[in-house]
Design a protein around this ligand. Sequence first.
Ligand code: CTP
Ligand code: MG
Length: 229
Amino acid sequence: MYLLIPAAGSGRRMGSDRNKLLLPLLEKPLLAWTLSAARAAQSIRWVGLIGQPEDFQDFKEIVVSLGMTKMVHFIQGGATRQESVYRGLQALPAVAQRVLIHDGARCLITPKLFDRCAQELHHCPGLIAAIPVKDTIKVVEHSTQQITRTPDRRQLWAAQTPQGFEVDRLTRCHDEGVRQGWEVTDDAALFEQCGLPVKIVEGEETNLKVTTPVDLAIAEFILRQRGQE
Ligand code: CTP
Ligand code: MG
């Protein structure tokens, strides 16, 4: 299976002066945890690491330290996640039929979840890892700050990555997104907009996206727990 890792963000909400994926988490940079999980997943053979040029030197050192130089290919990212993934798709080898996309910032993913998604992707054109929502979610009118609706929680799932797709179809959805000016925060949204089916694979509660400083503290706690098991 081919894997693209979007890692070309700046980590604005982390409030750090560099890409949050280079911040230390226990003894390693955050991105090293994500890459280690990809290395340990039996289904993953090829990794496209999507980054900004100023981070490539640091990324290379991580890749070398993990002994993944043969497996990892560097791809220049864009101004948005959507653009970064689009560039990643264009950099895939022509033989790639299916691809998993996994955010570099979801550094607690397990190899098992990669493998389950890869397995399932042979039976459907598109899928995402997701978990049932625990909170009651409110739809709020921005200007008045008034609640307009409370959707039935049983229908709500929190989207995670990996997200997996047939390469041709996802590329065409991205093309359409550019033509129509769609702005989305995940790839499933493009697939959905084009009327294509996306299946849910049960994700992992610990597969959190490190976004703000508190996430980093939670991630550290979870990794320490794992170490003790
Ligand atoms: N990403 C990317 N290219 C971009 C923006 C984001 O590849 N132009 C990647 C990030 O590196 C991250 C993933 O997409 O692994 C999810 O994005 P997010 O958590 O929003 O990370 P950042 O954009 O870096 O953070 P922020 O939005 O707080 O600036
Ligand atoms: Mg972002």
